[in-house]
Design a binder for this molecule. Structure first.
Ligand SMILES: *Cc1c(COP(=O)(O)O)cnc(C)c1O
Length: 391
């Protein structure tokens, strides 16, 4: 089976992890510090806070920006459920902004219209979480100018976009947002096993997130309220979680980070090769025009002819040993979100994208012969599934 995504682990990564296992500290030690510095430097951010997952990073980013009960947070439906769930974790309400079909990213015009309506109704969001779908950067410039005009905060869900760029700056530089969140799940640009990070240029937000990842506890006498009882004293000043990353994971991430550029280059080359190989086939490619700055996390095609044909193509490829996938089932159509009042037809852009989407295997160690096999299997699946179920 050719999977749709997988990690690339080298001997040097294994050595880095083994070194930690032989050392004094297994968690919250020098490897976490080193990893955080390396992430901040790589993406041009003032600070990075490493945590146990991308989801944890989204959660503490929302909390650090003050999201809570009575607030509304907005994201897109064409994403993994975590982008919306983090808003619910804070007790806030979720709403969605539709995507544009060209690239699966948030539609800035739909966002602007929805903001005008929300302002009239006194329901402006406190936080917006745009997602760089498949590694293709959102229009951050438009988003930032709307954030300024309507007074909301922006958390980039850059779980697909580590190593990508926008307007000559790395994703994570924070020029157009308050906090940028990354995931280091094995299918993402670099892997720690489980892991994530939040990057920001605001040292107050970074300090808040550092507190929240470890129970809301501080051990710094300068930050304590009242008398310090003694050298053992710590204070819990807010309600936090155990979202720490271990040094074992951080060492893997730190070692992988040295090859992040090479990983992104390899992904871009493979995506460009797919573009050429798929030229004659009856599929569209999302995004229609990939920016040279995409991190190329996913290679998504759209299968014409309706959802039944997409399903037939999917099943035939799976039977051929090709690990295809679908990104994404619109979050608002998940039973949990339907129970909150969302339903079919609410976000036609995301729903239309979902009906046709098919994700082909794309990962650093995918070989050219394997890629050729994927394309042959797709061509066969398309021709044998006909266009019978058009609609
Ligand atoms: C992977 C992913 C997440 C969650 O990251 P985890 O590290 O798995 O918690 C959130 N949002 C998007 C868009 C993702 O792809």
């Amino acid at each position: 089976m050719i999977p749709y995504g997988r990690q690339t682990v080298a001997e040097e990564d294994i050595d880095a992890v083994v070194r930690v296992l032989r050392s004094e500290r297994l968690t919250q030690g020098p490897e976490v510090d080193g990893f955080e510095h390396a992430i901040a430097q790589y993406c041009g951010a003032g600070q990075a806070v490493a945590v146990s997952s991308g989801t944890a990073a989204l959660h503490i980013a929302c909390l650090a920006l003050g999201l809570g009960p009575g607030d509304v947070g907005w994201t897109v439906p064409n994403t993994f459920v975590a982008s919306a769930n983090c808003i619910r974790y804070c007790g806030a309400e979720v709403d969605f902004v539709d995507i544009r079909p060209e690239d699966g990213n948030i539609d800035p015009d739909a966002l602007a219209e929805k903001l005008v309506r929300a302002e009239r109704e006194g329901r402006l969001p406190r936080v917006l979480i745009p997602v760089h779908f498949g590694g293709e950067p959102c229009d951050l410039e438009r988003i930032a100018s709307l954030a300024e005009r309507f007074g909301f905060k922006v958390i980039e869900d850059a779980c697909h976009a580590f190593g990508g760029r926008f307007r000559d700056e790395p994703i994570g530089s924070g020029r157009f947002s308050d906090i940028t969140v990354f995931s280091f799940h094995p299918i993402k640009t670099i892997a720690t096993g489980e892991g994530g990070a939040a990057a920001t240029n605001d040292s107050r937000l970074a300090a808040r997130m550092r507190g929240l990842r470890t129970h809301g506890i501080t051990r710094d006498p300068a930050e304590m309220e009242g008398e310090v009882d003694g050298p053992w004293h710590y204070q819990q000043q807010s309600l936090g979680w155990n979202y720490r990353l271990s040094d074992i994971h951080a060492a893997l991430g730190r070692s992988q980070l040295k090859r992040a550029d090479a990983f992104v280059c390899a992904r871009r080359d493979l995506a460009a090769r797919y573009d050429r190989l798929l030229g004659g086939l009856e599929v569209g490619v999302v995004p229609r025009e990939r920016s040279p700055d995409s991190a190329c996390h996913l290679y998504v095609v759209s299968v014409p002819g309706g959802p039944a044909r997409r399903r037939a193509v999917f099943e035939r490829m799976l039977a051929e040993g090709i690990g295809v996938n679908v990104h994404y089932i619109p979050v608002h159509l998940q039973p949990y979100y339907r129970r909150l009042g969302f339903g079919d037809g609410d976000f036609p852009g995301a729903e239309g994208h979902y009906r046709a989407a098919l994700t082909l295997p794309l990962f650093v160690s995918l070989t050219e012969p394997e890629q050729d096999r994927v394309v042959r299997a797709l061509a066969t699946a398309l021709s044998t599934s006909g266009r019978a179920n058009k609609g």
